[in-house]
Design a protein around this ligand. Structure first.
Ligand code: ADP
Length: 477
């Protein structure tokens, strides 16, 4: 059998919950009924014992009234109790040696062996009760044996007992009632369990149905919470957040594809136009050579852009494969300073190395080098001749803080949040001249985050920019 949604009946959660419900319900009911049954049985036996105690006391009292004539008293007592139907009395009097001195007539129906050891115990003052099963009789008997002293001289043992028929019937009744009520309760319990399970799982059917409707083309749709603020609403909120994240990355992917196409198309069309113009008439060989040199430069630019894009897509799919190791950050920065100082000097920019503390971080050497190269490269690119760049490294609250400060053209406040986006350039014309394509800072941002760090920025147009990269320090041993 299978449901219309294609899940086999016995695999359905509501079916399993109902089975568990029935199982738990049955076990609990059985435990409670057994407990009640045993309690009642215990209580009834106790009642019989109390009754036998009373009877035994009365017997002793009657004998103590006329001790010299106790056999007559016994006969009279027997006459008094002969009419009892529900609790018929059986009794037997034994002397200290265990010999029978007197018995009730109905005692002949029973087989109740005399236990000398127990009789001796009674001689010492204790008394005991026991249940006696007589072969051939359904109902057991309960007997109380106690000591009887006549005339302060002669010791006897009186054994008084009664049948346990009433108790057997009461317990039998209870058993029958339980057995009749149990199946009815179980059926009702099963129906209740099934309804509860269906009710509890109904929102899941809703979620499944709604989630199935969402595809790449309508990622803007959301599931509607039921306003019950329960786990199901939280699940719906979580799914909605997941869809939002998917929608975001879809949008970003689409945007990226559009940007990439645009960024590639513009230089390629330009190159094609130039080539057509070049071929439109015969030209001196020097002109062809010059054109080919610019083509190589432009192709280099495109190759760099494609490399950066490949790197970013690797970052996105977590395939960048960072090789983490302990790195002396002060040494890495000093080497970069040596290298870029020459480039800065060519542009007549003063590049100074400020305070550089000895700092170790855990990271990927190539990527960290790339991060600081991009930042220094930007600083040189966006600082006019005569400007200054300062670089320093300090420890601060568990972080290594690398500061790269320039006196360049600066970045407007409104652009702060955008400059880390892919292909974002504050002003296309100023980036292009320096060979930029708006990917550098997104790569920097990603590398910093992958090292559990961050990049902060302060800048003022016309005065300069200040980038601070924070990376966690290696914990000191
Ligand atoms: P690009 O390849 O264009 O440099 P980036 O992602 O490195 O791309 O930088 C994005 C934009 O941020 C740049 O186009 C530039 O306008 C601005 N920018 C980055 N660094 C600086 C800086 N030190 N001074 C001024 N503007 C900067």
């Amino acid at each position: 059998m299978s449901s219309k949604k294609g899940i086999k009946f016995y695999k359905r959660t509501d079916f399993k919950i109902t089975l568990w419900y029935i199982f738990t319900f049955t076990v609990t009911t059985l435990i409670i009924c057994t407990f009640m049954y045993l309690r009642l049985r215990h209580h009834l036996i106790k009642e019989i014992d109390r009754f036998l105690q009373d009877e035994s006391r009365e017997f002793a009292f009657k004998i103590s009234e006329t001790p010299m004539n106790f056999k007559v008293v016994i006969r009279k007592y027997e006459g008094d109790i002969v009419t009892r139907e529900y609790y018929p009395i059986y009794f037997r009097v034994l002397n200290a040696d265990g010999r029978v001195v007197a018995t009730s007539q109905n005692f002949a129906e029973l087989i109740y062996p005399i236990n000398q050891e127990k009789l001796r115990g009674i001689g010492l003052g204790s008394r005991y009760v026991e249940t006696v099963k007589v072969p051939g009789k359904r109902t057991p008997f309960r007997f109380l044996s106690s000591r009887l002293t006549v005339d302060k001289r002669f010791d006897y043992v009186v054994q008084i007992g009664t049948g346990m028929k009433s108790m057997r019937k009461t317990l039998g009744n209870l058993r029958e009632n339980i057995l009749t009520a149990l199946p009815i309760t179980l059926v009702l319990g099963a129906i209740g369990g099934w309804l509860l399970a269906r009710r509890g799982l109904a929102p899941i059917a809703y979620i499944t149905e709604e989630a199935q409707k969402i595809t790449a083309t309508n990622l803007g749709n959301r599931l509607h919470p039921r306003q019950s603020d329960d786990e199901i609403d939280h699940l719906i909120a979580t799914i909605n957040e997941m869809i939002s994240r998917l929608e975001d990355s879809f949008k970003r992917m689409n945007q990226l594809t559009a940007d990439v196409s645009h960024e590639l198309r513009t230089p390629i069309s330009a190159m094609r136009g130039e080539a057509e113009l070049l071929l439109s008439k015969p030209r001196p060989s020097g002109e062809y050579r010059r054109a080919l040199v610019t083509y190589i430069e432009k192709l280099d630019f495109l190759t760099r852009m494609i490399d950066d894009l490949i790197l970013l897509s690797k970052f996105d799919s977590n395939e960048a494969g960072l090789t983490m190791m302990q790195i002396k950050l002060d040494r890495l920065l000093s080497n970069l300073w040596e290298f870029f100082k020459v480039l800065a000097e060519q542009k007549r920019i003063g590049f100074t190395l400020g305070e550089i503390e000895q700092v170790d971080v855990v990271g990927d050497r190539t990527r960290l080098q790339q991060l600081f190269t991009n930042l220094i490269d930007n600083a040189i690119k966006f600082t006019p001749s005569g400007g200054r760049i300062d670089m320093s490294l300090q420890k601060d609250e568990g972080f290594a803080k690398v500061s790269i400060k320039d006196t360049g053209i600066g970045i407007p406040d409104a652009e702060f949040k955008h400059i880390f986006e892919r292909f974002y350039q504050v002003d296309k014309s100023r980036g292009r001249e320096g060979g930029g394509m708006g990917l550098g800072l997104s790569i920097c941002q990603w590398i910093a985050k992958a090292h559990h760090g961050k990049i902060e920025l302060e800048s003022e147009v016309g005065k300069g920019s200040h980038f601070v990269v924070s990376l966690p320090l290696v914990a000191e041993k």
